[in-house]
Design a protein around this ligand. Structure first.
Ligand SMILES: Cc1cc2nc3c(=O)[nH]c(=O)nc-3n(C[C@H](O)[C@H](O)[C@H](O)COP(=O)(O)OP(=O)(O)OC[C@H]3O[C@@H](n4cnc5c(N)ncnc54)[C@H](O)[C@@H]3O)c2cc1C
Length: 396
């Protein structure tokens, strides 16, 4: 079923969104608020994509089972455009995000865009979980085929096909993962997506004995060596600090990551541990440490930028968005989702005002705000809203 607009353009009623990273989650939230029925599919066990936190588990030297949760993807959110600033401000007022002005490590490169950040609390994927609350979803569903027939779009993963078709399908994936899905329907888009270059990133995450003397900084940008960023994950707001433990996340530089992309994780981990100890100027006693490879970490600027930061084919009911349409990480993902949201709803687009599309995205209204409104009207008694937390291990 589709809705006809005054100028005979069709707006889909049901949309499948492939990918529940920030772009897919923001898009699903915005289209749902506009009255469409959205269903998200993701190959992982929960939302977030590169807004990622990993639960580590290990047995310590005294035989006790220990756990910790570290943020091993994006470090935090920062905004340049007014639309994204507004989103961040409102999400902060709703306590979805906490402001973080990290203390920089001495003697490193300046933090620049990372000097004032916001981080989702209590962990990185929570932002997407909140955007998707009340939106239906299917997890652990690695979509490998999109089929279109007279009844609509069918979504398939291996031998499993989702039981109902959709009026439209919106793909919110890194370009290399989007290309094979869209190729049978829009080979021109698939060609453009497959040549977009993404930076890889090897990431170390681990729990170590606290350094003596204790360090008093949060975020470091080494001047040289394999590491580009060093983060004390447990010093971010809303994270749990445990006496005697330091939680380290270190991201290797893109060039180093590319050079070592096919190297076994164990060898990469050893190199990164050595680099981190060198940077800290002392040995690190690891309790548990692992390495994660992000094959598609962050977009490089697209050589030929499309006129708007998303693709939408209204005749087919097929769209694509994602951070690769911009070159500014999370904010680029937001703007691309905003662009596709406008396109699907057939809203006008002002190409001369970059960022204006993002500002059209509905801002988050949490259940607690909604309940407060109802409570103020005397409709329901006051209740406390709770945030759902999940354990999720992400793929690259
Ligand atoms: C280590 C690291 C550090 C970063 N630091 C920052 C930072 O500090 N600031 C910043 O702005 N940006 C940063 N970024 C970039 C930022 O995280 C991304 O730009 C942003 O999160 C991208 O969102 P997205 O929704 O476009 O894609 P993604 O987050 O990649 O979402 C895509 C989703 O699609 C799913 N998926 C993939 N294939 C399939 C399939 N076939 N079927 C179903 N689901 C599928 C994935 O599981 C994922 O959930 C960083 C990224 C990394 C990796």
């Amino acid at each position: 079923m589709c809705i006809l607009t005054g100028v005979k353009r069709v707006i889909p009623e049901t949309v499948a969104i492939i990918g529940a990273g920030f772009a897919g989650s923001a898009l699903a939230c915005a289209l749902t608020k506009a009255g469409l029925t959205a269903h998200v599919f993701d190959k992982s066990r929960g939302p977030g994509g590169r807004l990622a936190s990993r639960r580590l588990e290990w047995i310590d030297r005294d035989g006790r089972r220990c756990t910790a949760r570290l943020d091993h993807g994006a470090i935090g959110l920062s905004a340049v455009t007014q639309g994204f600033k507004d989103f961040i401000d409102q999400a902060a007022r709703e306590h979805w995000l906490a402001e973080w002005t990290p203390t920089p490590a001495p003697g490193g490169l300046p933090l620049e865009g990372h000097a004032r950040l916001h981080v989702p609390v209590p962990d990185m994927p929570s932002l997407c979980r909140r955007l998707l609350s009340d939106i239906s979803s299917t997890w652990s569903f690695a979509v490998d085929r999109l089929q279109h027939d007279a009844s609509g779009w069918w979504i398939t993963a291996g031998d499993q096909r989702h039981d109902t078709p959709f009026d439209a399908v919106l793909v919110a994936l890194p370009p290399q993962q989007a290309a094979p899905l869209i190729s049978p329907h829009r080979p021109d888009w698939a060609r453009s997506a497959s040549i977009v270059s993404m930076h890889p990133c090897w990431t170390l995450m681990g729990v170590a004995d606290s350094l003596e003397p204790a360090i008093d900084w949060d975020l470091g940008r080494p001047i040289s060596g394999p590491l580009g960023w060093v983060v004390r994950s447990d010093r971010k707001p809303g994270r749990t600090r445990i006496a005697g433990q330091d939680h380290w996340v270190a991201h290797a530089r893109p060039g180093w990551s590319r050079q070592h992309i096919e190297q076994p994780a164990g060898e990469v981990l050893t190199s990164m541990q050595t680099a981190l100890a060198g940077y800290l100027g002392q040995p690190v006693q690891w309790q548990h440490c692992t390495a994660h490879r992000w094959r598609y970490a962050s977009p490089r600027a697209m050589k030929a930028k499309p006129s708007r930061p998303s693709w939408w084919d209204p005749a087919l009911g097929l769209g694509v968005c994602g951070d690769f349409f911009g070159d500014s990480g999370i904010e680029g993902a937001w703007q691309s989702a905003g662009s596709l949201h406008s396109a699907v709803l057939d809203l006008p687009f002002d190409a001369a005002a970059p960022g204006s599309e993002g500002s059209r995205m509905p801002l988050p209204i949490t259940r607690s705000t909604f309940m407060k409104t109802l409570t103020a009207c005397g409709a329901v008694p006051a209740t406390a809203a709770t945030a759902q937390t999940m354990t999720d291990e992400k793929d690259e």
